[in-house]
Ligand binder design. Sequence first.
Ligand code: NDP
Length: 590
Amino acid sequence: MAEAQERPKIEKPIGLAARPTRSQEFYDRVKQKYSEERDIRLRYRPDGTRQYISDLTGELARYEIDPYGGEVTPREAINDTVEVLFIGGGFSALLTSARLREVGVESIRIVEKGADVGGTWYWNRYPGVACDVVAYDYLPLLDEMNYVPRDHYAKGPEIYAHCQAIARKYNLYELAVFQTTVTSTVWDNAEQMWHLTTDRGDHMKARFVICANGTLSKPKLAKIKGLESFKGYSFHTSRWDYAYTKPDLSGLKDKVVGIIGTGATAVQAIPGLGASAKELYVFQRTPSSIDVRDDWETDPEWAKTLPKGWQAKRRERAKMSPMMTLSPAQKAKLDAMSHDEKIRMQENANIEAMMKIHQRIDEIVKDKPTAEALKPWYMLMCKRPCFHNDYLPTFNLPNVHLIDTKGKGIREITEKGPVFEGKQYELDVLIYATGFEVQKTGIYNEIKGESGLELNDKYREGIRTLLGIHTQGYPNLFIMGGYQASFQFNLTDMLQAQGDHIAACIDYARRHGFQSFDATKEAEEWWVNEVIEHRGKTTRNQDCTPGYYNFEGEFQRRQDGNYNGGFFQYCNHLNEVRVRMDEHFAFKKK
Ligand code: NDP
């Protein structure tokens, strides 16, 4: 049986495995430059996360309209009861539903704003959309679906189709409600049930509710002076208007196009835009790091050799890998080092990797000032690292222009287009690649627990959860992909761990005849302290360039972030809690 697929002979990503070989003085100088670049950016965005707007109402409402779902299909309001209700129909709902079916839960409803399941992969259909995590790890339920992805990295349409296939296999379309947004979720103490209302006049009841609204689902725009005054055509990347651009982007061949933002989305969309638009202006505030994308087609012979349960084994190995990569000698050497020495070693290796990213830019981008402007000056992983083979060459095209705002960003838009340093850029089309609201629980939706307190009001003095999943006073409610859970580059590893946990908790309550259960105050206090303790261990948030990973530089937040104790440890905690359910939860019979 082949353990690993034979790699074609292509360039490997630089990653973080670069050995520091230069003088400490060099690394210190680079660190100094990192700090200066960070400070420039912090000065230009004193309003932190408030520099963005995701409450897209009035004139801005059009940026959130679904261009894919067609007319909203009229239907009668729903007035019924289900056992488990998911708010959101992306991977969180799909992979948890699979586990719930395995333990015999029949009544499962997905309520979803889009016109189908898929979540991120429903909304993000911009040209070039793909996933940077190896497909054999990223796509969930490959064992159960008996499916091997077509390539080493999957493209958006394949992932979206996989979501639909899961929904079909687990019979999730039957009760699903699409083009519907949950607006309130209120706990009824007497009935021990959740009551949900929607924007379609529904009144549904559910015993268990799972907030599966995704980590990055609500599009946001930068608050730029004059944004509404632009007279050309504009849209957000997650609402790509193919009716305008045409599926092959031929609609842009006589258009001057601008794109604001150079994050992971823009990096994938820009090559297609550069190849198709008459002129393309890329408005950059901070460059992304662009590593090699080592993609290849799955070898069908290798796929045939995969044994039953192969993906579960890969997931287990990924969870254990931080523990297994060191030899006893390496471990002993590390143990002998002081904390500061360890940090210095990691930082130097990181800088070395970033210098290789810089070198690659110099090798590919012909125009020297453009190459300089594309170089990121921050520790790798301060922002989502990107992997693309066509992004950097796009800047060699004569019709593509990088407008580097040197950390300042676009701060003014007129009816003709963006203005930077007094220069007006006249555009036909302006595309916002400005990202999403991050890991927010209860978007579009008010969640009121036992005492009637809205969940985000409970969180006002700091998020309070048990494992990022349960929150005291909100019985039978589960949160997926929210803060205070572990952060994983492969998000589906984390979602699968949460989904397995939630299904096991629901199964436990059903088997023991409990109508509801709620995290105890003590259990919640324990977890909040765990989160705080691990968040205080590094100065990484302060040191990094601002972005959504560090709340745009609002790094004073204590427990309002991810659990930094590591994924392996997080999974151990999930297990511990399940083994001793009665110590962490209060249960009620009907
Ligand atoms: P991001 O939030 O990562 O990027 C937003 C971009 O907008 C940043 O480059 C930001 O600059 C820029 N920006 C904001 N305001 C302005 C302004 N006024 N002027 C100029 N630029 C501005 O959003 P994305 O949609 O790119 O990505 C979100 C996440 O989605 C990724 O981090 C990743 O987790 C996921 N994703 C993963 C993909 C993959 O697997 N390849 C592909 C796409 C998305 P600054 O950096 O200075 O803040």
